[in-house]
Design a protein around this ligand. Structure first.
Ligand code: AMP
Length: 259
């Protein structure tokens, strides 16, 4: 596995590999089985697999959330190697946002509802860094998790609106045995908070907004940011809650295959 930290380094390593397909899996590290599902899908479908590892400050509206975000690069590199990743692109902050950086991509409508209302600028940060990763890696296919359904919708819109030549593949949400959607932020939950957090996936599993809201209202020790039906492709029932200082999001697909 190649570890590259610069844009020039990534381009150099990828240049001889461009005759074959390239699958890109963007991540912020603290890898878990959800990330692994994306890496496996990329490995199965492409000659070369690139994983990016970058905690993107531009998508954190809250400085405390960014500071607390779990980081363990050595472990992430071992997990990526084990999953058969060919190239890890782990740039520094200045490599992605050099002094004087001022060009932003804003998916205005999809990016401003739900998560966008609670995390202003979040999807502008996501869309900008993902477009930059696409420009550096020039992947044939890119892999995103249904866990972040609105992010998928933002990326799909970005690809369509700017006519980007990349295929979007969406991987179903990976959950713990008790239903909690895997998330890097789960590491911050105390055992008691983790138990309380389960109310979100349980409520969403009803696939009914009113019933889910009633269940969440009855649950102790968690604050609801929103719980809404979103007209995405496919439509989802999506929610965000705060448990202690940790904010969690999850969704269930309302049509087609249950995910
Ligand atoms: P992150 O490192 O949190 O930015 O996530 C990187 C990618 O992994 C995103 O496309 C996420 O949607 C995806 N992902 C995160 N958690 C899960 C999960 N539990 N199941 C499936 N995909 C996930």
């Amino acid at each position: 596995m190649n570890l590259v930290r610069t844009i020039a380094g990534a381009r150099e390593v990828l240049a001889p590999l461009r005759s074959g397909s390239i699958g890109l899996v963007p991540t912020m590290g603290a890898l878990h089985d959800g990330h692994l599902a994306l890496l496996r899908a990329a490995r199965a479908g492409n000659e070369t697999v690139v994983m990016s590892l970058f905690v993107n400050p531009a998508q954190f509206a809250d400085a405390g959330d960014l500071a607390r975000y779990p980081r363990d690069e050595a472990r992430d590199l071992a997990v990526a190697a084990e999953a058969g990743v060919d190239v890890v692109f782990a740039p520094s902050h200045d490599e992605m946002y050099p002094p004087g950086f001022q060009t932003w991509v804003d998916v205005t409508e999809v990016g401003s509802i739900l998560e966008g209302r609670f995390r202003p600028g979040h999807f502008r940060g996501v869309a900008t860094v993902v477009l930059k990763l696409f420009s550096i890696v020039r992947p044939t296919r890119t892999y995103f998790g249904q866990k972040d359904a609105q992010q998928v919708e933002v990326i799909r819109t970005l690809i369509r609106d700017l006519a980007l030549e990349v295929e979007l593949r969406v991987v179903p949400t990976v959950r713990d045995a008790d239903g909690l959607a895997l998330s890097s932020r789960n590491a911050r939950l105390s055992p008691d908070e983790r138990r309380r957090a389960l109310a979100l996936s349980r409520a969403l599993a009803t696939r009914d907004r009113e019933q889910a809201l009633a269940e969440l209202a009855a649950a102790n020790g968690l604050e609801i940011d929103y719980l809404e039906v979103a007209d995405f492709d496919p439509p989802v029932l999506a929610g965000a809650v705060r448990v202690g200082s940790t904010r969690l999001i999850d969704n269930v697909v309302l049509e087609g295959e249950a995910q």
